[in-house]
Design a protein around this ligand. Sequence first.
Ligand code: C5P
Length: 411
Amino acid sequence: MNIVLGVSGGIAAYKAVMVARLLAEEGHDVHIVPTEDALHFVGKPTWEAISRHPVTTSVHENVAEVRHVALGQQADLVIVAPATANTLAKMATGIADNLLGTTLLATQAPVLVAPAMHTQMWLHPATQANMATLRSRGVQVIGPDKGRLTGADSGPGRMSEPAEIVQRAIELLAAREAHGDLAGVRIVVSAGGTREPIDPVRYIGNRSSGRQGGALAQAAAARGATVTVLAANVEDAVLAEIADLPAVDIEQVGTAADLQEAVQRHADSADVIVMAAAVADYRVESVHDTKLRKEEASGPVLSLELVENPDILRGLVAARRPGQIIVGFAAETASDEDALLELGRSKLARKGVDLLAVNAVGWTQGFESTENTLYVLAAGGELVATASGTKREAADGLLDAIAGLPGRQKL
Ligand code: C5P
C-alpha cells in the first residue's frame, strides 16, 4: 500500500523514523513529507534512506509531477506523526502552506494523526477544539500517551509508540480494503429536522443538526456508494463537508411534506433508504398568511391546532420493492439502556423497517454533540450492533450492519 507519513516539527520526530521503518518492513511504499521544522530534528538523508524516495518539504519541487496533490491522491493512508499543535491547527483550518498541508487537503484516504506536544499545549482549549473538528471529519487519532515529556515533567502529550501507530495504520488499511463494500449501491439518506411553519416568520422545529445524517453520507460515499442526501434544515457546516463529494447529491427540503415528496421521488431507484431526519409528527393545520400579531390575539393563551403528518417511513415500508433496505432512526429519552431498547423495539414493530438505529437524546445529549451511540436493532428486535464514537464512526457501524444483512446479495 501507498502510505504518506507526514512528520511535523516536534522532538518525537526521531520516533517517526521507526514508524517509517516498520511500515517499510511490512512491505508498504512509504513517502515521507516532513515540515521545514521537522528537518531540524531529523534530516533529509535519514528520511530518504529509510523511504528510498526523494524527500521535500516544498510544493515548488517536482512541480511537473504535480507533487503537491499527487502524493495525497495516490495515498491509501496518510499518517501525521508526530502531529504538533501547529500542524493540527493548520489541518483543522485547511491551511496548505507546505507540502504536507496540500497533501492532506488533496487526499481522500483515511488520515491518522499521532499528536505530540507539551501537556499544557495539548490541554489548551484551542488544541482541543481543533481535535474535535478533526475527529468530526473522520480523522483518526492515536494517543497522546501520558508519560515523561522532553523536560523533567510528565503528563499527556507523549507520542504513541511507533509499534502502536503502525498497528493502528495496518488496521485502518484493512478496514479500507473491506470498505469498498458499498460500491455501486444507491443510498438515500434523510438528514436534519423538518420545520413546520406557523406563519411566514415562525415554525415548529427540532434540535437536529443533521450531523449524523451528514456523517452517514460521508461514510457511505467513502465505501463506494452513490448517495442522495435529503437535507431538512441541515447546519451549513455539515452541508459544507459533503457538498463537494463527487458521489453525494444534496437536495434541500423544509417540511415533512417536502421530505415525503422528495423521498418518494428517489425511492424507486434506491437500494437503501436511511431515514435519519427528525420528522415533525404534527404540522399546523392552517398556516397564517401574515405574521400572527400578539395585539390581535384573543387573550393570554394562544392555541394552535396541529394535525398529524403522514408517517413517511411507514409509507416507504408499505411501498418497498423487493430487496430494498429501509432503515429508521429512533431518538428517545429513556432512563437507561434497557428502557431505551424497549422503546426501540416497539417502534421497530410499528414501523416494519429492516433496521432501526436507536439513540438516546436529552437536554444535554445527542444533538450538539459530535459523538453518538447507535443501538442497531434488526427486524426481529435483536440488537445486532452498538455503533459508537464520533458520528462518523457510528455511521460506519450502522453501514456495517446494513452491509451485513443476510440475503442482500447486491450489498
Ligand atoms: O415515529 P418517530 O418519529 O419516533 O419515528 C422516527 C423514525 O420515523 C425516523 O426514522 C423518522 O425519520 C421517521 N419518521 C417519518 N415520518 C414521520 C415521523 C417520523 O418517516 N412523520
